[in-house]
Design a binder for this molecule. Sequence first.
Ligand code: GDD
Length: 314
Amino acid sequence: MKVLITGISGFAGSHLAEYALSKEAEVHGTTRWRSKLENLQEIKDVITLHECDINDSFAFRDIIKKVKPDYIFHLAAQSFVKASWTEPYQTLHTNIIGELNLFEAVRSISNYKPRILIAGSSEEYGHTDVELTEDSPLRPLSPYGVSKVAQDLLGFQYFKSYGMHIIRTRGFNHTGPRRGEVFVCSTFAKQIAEIEKDKSKLPIIKVGNLDAERDFTDVRDMVKGYWLALEKGEPGEVYNICSGKSIPIKNILRKLLSLSKREIKIRNDPERMRPSDLKVLVGNNTKFTEKTGWKPSINIDQTLEDLLNYWREK
Ligand code: GDD
């Protein structure tokens, strides 16, 4: 079986590539000329990379035509919520038009019906204070959230209009080794690792909004979910992938600090605050677990320890 992962060099993309290899798939991925390939170091000799910016419809079409993957995991995106306020155009363009280019590329090939996963987000739900099911209203509070709603609806429309085998997931927060340093668990873990390494550094960790609560899944469980979504999910459907439990960000910080022997002080950094932030995000995963049998297997304590060790080694 042939698999194409857009955004393969990213955090989830690289873990998904490893998982696909463990399933004996032939793995292809798209990268941009400026993509860093360090996440793929261990597997670079057994995968095939194609240089293609998803905004480039012609390059995208050529690659889909050449590879003709059975499964396409569309993960490439501008995925940092905070950056979407400073880069709204780039966020909306890359996320929405990039997906449109993928759909049009697939549609241009006759008698070709791959399974396509669109990686949406819990940010689509936006303003809320209840446990979220797939039927909850979509009220995004960030340009990123809006871009993900558009991706989600475009996926639905292409399924309905053209009968394409499209499955949408709404992934809640995920973390683990290789997480980009701008995201909350990673920025905390990286700062702790730096303080441990450099004894001359002031033992102060900078933080943003610690009052938020998020529903975290280990990235290694998340990518198994992506795989199962294509293997067992119903075309046209949308599924939450989440743990079903929320944890306050301040507890994430506390857990990470407890893994270090250094005495570290906490400092609020106004630069890390957002124009609007979601207070609580917690999802209901019943629809997905019942359909696919997926269950998260790595608990948050293990995930945070692995993440901190990743930064210590780096
Ligand atoms: N990044 C960051 N840095 N966030 C902080 C910090 C900090 O220093 N301190 C507190 N936070 C809070 C944020 O305000 C937010 O409420 C929460 O921690 C999580 O922030 P992020 O890790 O940046 O993730 P996110 O929730 O905005 O978005 C992630 O999850 C989405 C799914 O819900 C990303 O992975 C998205 O791509 C994904 O769709």
